[in-house]
Design a protein around this ligand. Structure first.
Ligand code: ZN
Length: 406
């Protein structure tokens, strides 16, 4: 049982208490305890003790120390330091200590969902290469002896996060994992990725929880080619990618005319951003494309591939987002989840290679998911007129092309 001071408690609970009890007077003279996600408010009214029990949902932070043991080459930007930096910023918010963010450690998942997304032979190959001490797939994508286990635990974390949200033990979650997943193809390790974690979460929702409308928003700076391909002909998963234009950045795909095929035609939406696109462009993408798509699709669950490499300080990309821009996208994702999916939202980490940005972005994300006060940072970036004009014509093209927007 964790006991918080009344002032701490109300700072966190006030917006939620009003919803949960519709009674502001609860603040008056109550002391209270929290055990897991269950709160007990007690007040001695003189004529006897008045007790009220309120169950509130909390945010899950899914993490495993094994994620830190996977390493590629020396000095590789996709390094364990990324997660160390994120974790220490999250700890500094005090939310874990107060029990407002609950840590969840994933286990090794059952393999059936993974084998539906990746060829068994390929997965076995990753295992063998890893167990033999490591080796390369491409110049920038390799495994060491811990990589296979870390990749399985990351995928296990994705299915665990959606299970916990579906059984109402948490409201939403952030999977703080390595290796990332959105570039992993059916039979190919690619772009620092081996198993597609967010695709595992989506397929798990469809096949194990019986959902039939899952929306994935991928705002990592790189196109989520693996996720797009996993559901390209499937109308049950609406994939929306916001990324730097593939003519200027790896992996060179994710163009606006890639809209899905067969049953899935119209359920794949790519917002290929001009280099330097920032908060204004991403704001337009949400208000004119992503929110209307959600309105039309009515997702039962919202998944987000979050990556902090769209920040203007990221060393690998040329986009222009700031911490305020990320926070604004997160608020919109939460609003969409509240409106259509009973708040069901799971975010999984993809990229982000500036360690300070990893720290700011991850701390802000858990603050937002848990409804806590959001720390503001002094980073700013002015996007160009050229980039804004490009976004204007991109959004207009999508409005005319995607059936869900008509
Ligand atoms: Zn990326």
């Amino acid at each position: 049982m964790l006991t918080l001071s009344v002032s701490d408690a109300f700072a966190y609970l006030e917006p939620k208490i009003n919803v949960a009890t519709q009674d502001r007077s609860i603040e008056d003279g109550y002391s209270w305890n929290m055990c897991s996600n269950h709160f007990t408010f007690i007040r001695d009214k003189g004529a006897g003790v008045d007790q009220q029990d309120v169950s509130l949902l909390v945010t899950g932070l899914v993490f495993h120390s094994e994620f830190l043991k996977h390493e590629m080459s020396l000095g590789h930007p996709e390094s364990p330091e990324r997660l160390r930096s994120a974790m220490s910023a999250i700890e500094a918010t005090g939310l874990v200590e107060k029990g407002i963010i609950q840590l969840h450690e994933p286990g090794i998942p059952t393999m059936d969902t993974i084998y539906r997304l990746h060829d068994r032979e390929y997965v076995e190959g990753v295992r063998t290469k890893s167990e033999m001490g490591g080796g390369f797939y491409t110049l920038d994508t390799s495994v060491n002896s811990h990589s296979y286990k870390a990749a399985l635990l990351a995928a296990g974390g994705a299915s665990m996060a959606v299970d916990r949200v579906m059984d109402s033990s948490i409201e939403n979650a952030f999977l703080l994992c390595r290796p990332p997943g959105h570039h992993a193809e059916r039979q190919r390790a690619f772009g620092f990725c081996f198993i597609n974690n967010i695709a595992v979460a989506a397929l798990h929702l469809l096949e194990k929880h019986g959902l039939n409308r899952v929306m994935i928003v991928d705002y990592d700076a790189h196109h989520g080619n693996g996720t797009q391909n996993a559901f390209y002909s499937d109308s049950r998963v609406l994939y929306v990618g916001l990324h730097q234009d593939g003519r200027t950045l790896f992996p060179g795909s994710g163009f606006p005319n890639e809209i899905g095929e067969k049953e899935g035609r119209g359920y794949n939406v790519n917002l290929a951003m001009y280099p330097g696109a920032g908060n204004w462009s991403y704001g337009q993408a949400f208000s004119r494309v992503i929110e209307p798509l959600a309105e039309s699709f009515r997702p039962q669950f919202v998944l987000a591939s979050v990556g902090y490499d769209g920040h203007y300080m990221d060393p690998l990309t040329s986009l222009g987002l700031t911490s305020t821009g990320f926070a604004s996208m997160n608020s919109k994702l939460m609003e969409m989840a509240q409106r259509h999916s009973r708040g069901h939202l799971v975010c999984t980490l993809e990229g982000g290679y500036n360690l300070d940005v990893m720290a700011m972005g991850s701390a802000n994300l858990v603050e937002q998911l848990s409804g806590s006060e959001v720390t503001s940072y002094q980073d700013s970036y002015e996007e160009s007129d050229t980039s804004m004009k490009h976004t204007e014509s991109l959004v207009t093209y999508l409005e005319e092309t995607i059936p869900l927007l008509q």
